[in-house]
Design a protein around this ligand. Structure first.
Ligand code: OAD
Length: 246
């Protein structure tokens, strides 16, 4: 049976020395960034991930894919971190360890003051399709073109995010797995729990003896394994969960 309780979740956090956090698109929903799988507003309800988020899709129509990512960069650039991002950044100092892993590519955790492990890359990063080593984190410094050409080798430049069919960076994934394995509490915020390997981190934390707290306004794949589920939105519930004891 699923245990639902903000109070119990707060107790688990209060007793923890090492806290880990795994976030998904839901943490940024209240900043106005669409999630992927919401049935009406989610990106994958409106756009085809095979065309827009795979290497084959990019090779079929590089300008189309480049413009879609430029549109997403614009959305993110106009958005602000919300109370959920800010509460996570503010909580860092209160624990022996407070380590944040995100599946998001929007950079809002960093803008709130956290230094997340970014499992799926970052929208603002651009890399060379041929993986020649070129990388640029400031879109304003890119050569002109849609998409621009790599100044080092002349191939296309592409967004520095993980696409369908691609492996995660091995060192980044290992870092995230180590964080999940050594925490007392893993706080899982705003993810459907459908995309692996990220979705496997809560089970790994649980196996190593951690408590797993899920924050989500809707049912997720991770509810069944959670120690406790907080049924609400990130910007409302995360500040309550992490508020210092009076
Ligand atoms: P999804 O779109 O799959 O799931 C978003 C989750 O956020 C859902 O469970 C929602 O119920 C929840 N949610 C919605 N609003 C919320 C709010 N205000 N507060 C808290 N939770 C809320 O997004 P992810 O699980 O992040 O991968 O998706 C995982 C990966 O799939 C993404 O990183 C992306 C996508 O394809 C890549 O691009 C590689």
């Amino acid at each position: 049976m699923i245990s639902l309780s903000l109070h119990t979740a707060r107790d688990h956090i209060a007793q923890a020395r090492r806290v880990a956090v795994l976030t998904g698109a839901g943490i940024s929903a209240e900043s106005g960034i669409p999630t992927f799988r919401d049935t009406s507003s989610g990106l994958w309800a409106k756009f085809d991930p095979v065309k827009l988020a795979s290497e084959d899709g990019f090779r079929a129509d590089p300008p189309l894919v480049w413009r879609w990512y430029a549109w997403r960069r614009g959305l993110v650039g106009a958005a602000q971190p919300n109370a959920g991002h800010l509460a996570l950044a503010a909580a860092q100092a209160r624990f022996d360890a407070f380590e944040l892993i995100t599946q998001n590519v929007d950079g809002l955790h960093a803008r709130a003051g956290s230094a997340p492990i970014e499992l799926h890359g970052n929208l603002m990063r651009t890399v060379c399709l041929a993986r020649c080593g070129f990388m640029e984190d400031d879109p304003l410094l890119l050569p002109v073109g849609e998409p621009p050409r790599c100044p080092a080798c002349g191939d296309w430049l592409r967004p520095g995010v993980v696409w369908f069919g691609e492996m995660l960076d091995v060192a980044t994934l290992q870092q995230a797995q180590a964080v999940a394995a050594r925490c007392d509490v893993l706080l899982v915020i705003g993810t459907s729990g459908l995309v692996y390997p990220a979705a496997g981190l809560p089970a790994e934390a649980l196996r190593r003896g951690a408590k797993v707290i899920v924050v989500n306004p809707q049912a997720s794949e991770l509810d069944e394994l959670a120690t406790v589920v907080v049924r609400g939105t990130a910007a409302v519930e995360v500040p309550k969960l992490l508020a210092a004891e009076e």
